[in-house]
Design a binder for this molecule. Structure first.
Ligand code: ATP
Ligand code: MG
Length: 576
C-alpha cells in the first residue's frame, strides 16, 4: 500500500496552532502514519481545503456555507425559529468528507452503465451522472464498475462524467405516504402532489437479529375462510401465495388488505413488472373498499426500467420498516417475486455475470432471502412492531419445483397453493388444501377458530380420497354417498366471492354448522345461500355470542351447542 499523505491547501501558510489542529484531525480520522503537507494554492481564499487520498474536506467559507445550509434543511424547518437551529447546527458541526472522485461512463444501455474510475466506490453506493440521473453500483471489477440506472439511460452519454455521493440508496418515508402510489424511488406517481417525508430509510437494511425478535402471537386475519381456518397467518409471518397465472393470487392479497380496515395494520402493496393499467385498477378497487387510507402502493411497472423493478420490493420493505420501528403492524405484499427474479436476471446478464440454473445468477436465493428475512415480529423492547409478508410467486404449468419457486418456498413459513383446475371448476379461492401449509400461524390463531375448525382438514382429505375412488362407480351405498355430499358441502362452504371478507363470528358459525353435518339435506347449489342466511339470522338472534367471539376470540361449549341447534333447526325450515 502506498503511503497516505494529507495535503493542506490554502493561499497563506497555516499558523502553528492551525497546523496542530489539522494534524490532530488527520491522526484521529486516518491514524498516526499519515503526514501533513502544506501546499500553497492562491485560488483558495478564506480558509483551507484538506485532501486525504480521494477525499476533500472543505473548510473554505463557501464550503462551510454549503454544508451548513445542507444541514439546516429549509423544507424540514419551515416555520420554525431559524437562529437556534443554526446555532445547533454550528455546535454539532463537523466537516463532511465529500468524495471528490469523478469517473467516466464507458458504455451505457439497457439501464446499465459501465464506468471507469471511482476506485473507492462501494457496492450499493449511489452515483450521480452529469444529467442529474442517479444510479447504483451493483458490480465491482478490477477495471470497471457496473451501475444500474434509475431513469432514462438515453440521457446519459458515453464519455460523460459521473460522481460519487458516498451514500447508499434510500427511500423517503413517513405517514404522509399512506394512501399514495409511489415509484420504486418513493416519488409520487398518482398525480396528487409532493409527499412530505419524515425521514429516509436505506432500501437495503439488515434484518432484525434473533434477540430482537419474538415468535408470532397475534393473528393477521385475511377474512378468507379457507385461509383463516386452515392456514392461519400470524403477524410477523411470511406466507407465500403460489400458483399459475390467473388463479386468483392477487385477489387473495387484495382481500387480505381490505380486511385490515380498522384493524390497525398498515398495508404496503408492491407491484413488480405488472401492467400499469392493472395497478391502476387495483388502486381503484382498494379505494372503493376504503382500504387505501391505510395502504401504500409501490409500483415498478413492466414498462419501467429493470433496475427500478429490482429495487422496488426493498424500497417497499424499507417503508414498512419505518412503521414497524414505531411499534406498528405492517402487511406487505410482493406481487410478484417471479417477475422480480426475472428483472434481476436481466440485469445480471447485462452485467456479464455468469448464468446458472435457468439462466439465473448464483445469488438469486440471496436476493429473496435477504428481503424476506426483514419480515419479523420485533421484541417488546424494540417496540413490538411487525412486518408480515405475503410474497407471490407465479408458477408455469403448476411446476413448484422450478428454481425460483423452490427457493422461495424454503425461505417462507408456508405457502398457499392455488390450483388452475380448482379455479376453473369454480372453486374460488382455488386453495389446494392438501398442498398448502402454514407453519407458525397456528400459534397465533384464536381459540375460537381452533375450536371451530375441528376436523375440517381431515374431513377434506378424506373427501378427496373418496372422490377419486368413487369417480367411476355409479351405485354407491348410502353411507358413502352421505360422506361425499358432506365433503362437497364443505368445498361449497369454502367458495367465497372477492371483496367479501368474513368476520370471526361468521366463520365460526359457518364452520360449526357445517362440521355438525347440519347441511346434509341442503342441495349443493343452495349451500352458499343457506350459510349466508343462517349467519345473518344467527347474528340477529344471538348477538351476544357473536360479539363475544369477535372480542374475546373464544366461545364456550354451551355456545357451540346453541350454534349447532340453531343450524339444524334452520336447515329443517330451509325448504318449507
Ligand atoms: P395474474 O397471474 O394475471 O397476476 P392472478 O393469479 O393474480 O393473475 P387474479 O388477478 O387475482 O389472479 O384473479 C384472476 C381473475 O379471477 C380475476 O378476474 C378475479 O376477479 C377472479 N377471481 C379471483 N378470485 C376470485 C374469487 N374468490 N371469486 C371469484 N372470482 C375471483
Ligand atoms: Mg396477479
Amino acid at each position: 500500500m502506498s503511503e497516505m499523505k494529507a495535503i493542506l491547501l490554502s493561499a497563506s501558510a497555516p499558523s502553528f496552532e492551525q497546523e496542530q489542529r489539522f494534524t490532530e484531525f488527520i491522526h484521529r480520522e486516518y491514524g498516526p502514519d499519515v503526514s501533513l503537507e502544506w501546499v500553497q494554492d492562491n485560488s483558495i481564499v478564506n480558509g483551507f481545503q484538506l485532501k486525504v487520498g480521494e477525499k476533500i474536506y472543505d473548510w473554505t467559507r463557501e464550503g462551510l456555507y454549503e454544508q451548513l445550509s445542507r444541514s439546516v434543511d429549509k423544507r424540514k424547518y419551515a416555520g420554525k425559529e431559524l437562529i437556534p437551529l443554526i446555532k445547533n447546527a454550528l455546535t454539532d458541526w463537523e466537516a463532511e468528507a465529500l468524495p471528490a472522485e469523478k469517473g467516466t461512463v464507458i458504455t451505457v444501455g439497457d439501464g446499465i452503465a459501465h464506468i471507469k474510475g471511482l476506485e473507492n466506490a462501494e457496492y450499493g453506493e449511489i452515483l450521480v451522472f452529469e444529467s442529474g440521473i442517479r444510479g447504483m453500483v451493483l458490480d465491482l471489477t478490477e477495471s470497471l464498475i457496473g451501475c444500474i440506472i434509475f431513469g432514462d439511460d438515453e440521457e446519459i452519454l458515453a464519455g460523460s462524467s459521473v460522481r460519487r455521493t458516498g451514500r447508499t440508496a434510500s427511500i423517503p418515508a413517513g405517514e404522509a405516504f399512506l394512501g399514495r402510489v409511489v415509484d420504486a424511488l418513493g416519488l409520487p406517481i398518482d398525480g396528487k402532489g409532493n409527499i412530505r417525508a419524515r425521514t429516509y430509510k436505506p432500501i437495503e437494511a439488515k434484518a432484525p437479529g434473533i434477540i430482537d425478535r419474538q415468535s408470532v402471537r397475534d393473528p393477521l386475519e385475511t377474512g378468507i375462510l379457507s385461509i383463516d381456518s386452515m392456514f392461519p397467518i400470524g403477524r410477523g409471518q411470511r406466507e407465500l401465495i403460489i400458483g399459475d397465472r390467473q388463479t386468483g393470487k392477487t385477489a387473495i392479497a387484495v382481500d387480505a388488505i381490505i380486511n385490515q380496515n380498522g384493524k390497525n395494520c398498515i398495508c404496503i402493496y408492491v407491484a413488480i413488472g405488472q401492467k400499469a393499467s392493472s395497478v391502476a385498477q387495483l388502486v381503484e378497487t382498494l379505494r372503493k373498499h376504503g382500504a387505501m387510507e391505510h395502504t401504500i402502493v409501490v409500483a415498478a411497472n413492466a414498462s419501467d426500467a429493470g433496475p427500478l423493478q429490482y429495487i422496488a420490493p426493498y424500497a417497499g420493505c424499507a417503508l414498512g420498516e419505518y412503521f414497524m420501528e414505531q411499534g406498528k403492524d405492517v402487511l406487505i405484499v410482493y406481487d410478484d417475486l417471479s417477475k422480480h427474479a426475472v428483472a434481476y436476471r436481466a440485469i445480471s446478464l447485462l452485467l456479464d455475470r455468469s448464468p446458472g440454473r435457468e439462466a439465473y445468477p448464483g445469488d438469486v436465493f440471496y436476493l429473496h432471502s435477504r428481503l424476506l428475512e426483514r419480515s419479523a415480529r420485533l421484541s417488546d423492547e424494540k417496540g413490538g412492531g411487525s412486518i408480515t409478508a405475503l410474497p407471490i410467486v407465479e408458477t408455469q404449468d403448476s411446476d413448484v419445483s422450478a428454481y425460483v419457486p423452490t427457493n422461495i418456498i424454503s425461505i417462507t413459513d408456508g405457502q398457499i397453493y392455488l390450483e388452475s383446475d380448482l379455479f376453473f371448476s369454480g372453486q374460488r379461492p382455488a386453495v389446494n388444501v392438501g398442498l398448502s401449509v402454514s407453519r407458525v400461524g397456528g400459534d397465533a390463531q384464536t381459540k375460537a377458530m381452533k375450536k371451530a375448525v375441528g376436523t375440517l382438514r381431515l374431513d377434506l382429505a378424506q373427501f378427496r380420497e373418496m372422490e377419486v375412488f368413487t369417480q367411476f362407480s355409479s351405485d354407491l351405498d348410502d353411507a358413502t354417498r352421505d360422506q361425499l355430499e358432506y365433503g362437497q358441502g364443505l368445498m361449497q362452504m369454502l367458495i367465497q366471492p372477492q371483496y367479501n371478507p368474513y368476520s370471526q363470528h361468521q366463520m365460526v358459525v359457518m364452520l360449526v354448522s357445517a362440521l355438525s353435518h347440519a347441511m346434509q339435506k341442503i342441495r349443493q347449489d343452495d349451500i352458499h345461500r343457506f350459510l349466508t342466511e343462517l349467519t345473518a339470522d344467527f347474528e340477529n338472534m344471538h348477538e351476544e355470542i357473536c360479539r363475544k367471539i369477535d372480542a374475546e376470540g373464544d366461545f364456550s361449549d354451551a355456545d357451540k351447542d346453541t350454534i349447532v341447534r340453531f343450524a339444524k333447526e334452520f336447515a329443517e325450515k330451509f325448504y318449507v
